[in-house]
Design a protein around this ligand. Structure first.
Ligand code: SF4
Length: 86
């Protein structure tokens, strides 16, 4: 994956990450596993995340599991296994 195919809305080529998740300029590897990523879907995991967030399912699951739902690991794994083609 080329370095800036990930178009996170918080990325700034000169100032780095707007959320300060990463010090300095985040690499594509930093952004590909970042739970704060917001932008075009990186893969199936981002699509599932968007649907769950839109329907409010993510908040219910996080509350029931007390934040230990494993959603981020699952999201990253699904993004790696089924990446976006565009
Ligand atoms: S993906 Fe994460 S590390 Fe990368 S710019 Fe967005 S918020 Fe920052």
């Amino acid at each position: 994956m080329a370095d800036r195919e990930l178009a996170c809305i918080y990325f700034d080529a000169e100032r780095g990450c707007g959320l300060k998740v990463v010090e300095g300029i985040p690499t594509a590897a930093d952004c590909s596993n970042c739970s704060k990523y917001d932008g075009p879907a990186r893969g199936l995991g981002d699509h599932v995340h968007t649907v769950a967030k839109t329907l409010g399912i993510d908040r219910v699951v996080k509350k029931v599991t007390r934040g230990k739902c494993g959603c981020e690991e699952r999201r990253n794994r699904m993004n790696r296994q089924y990446p976006s083609k565009d």
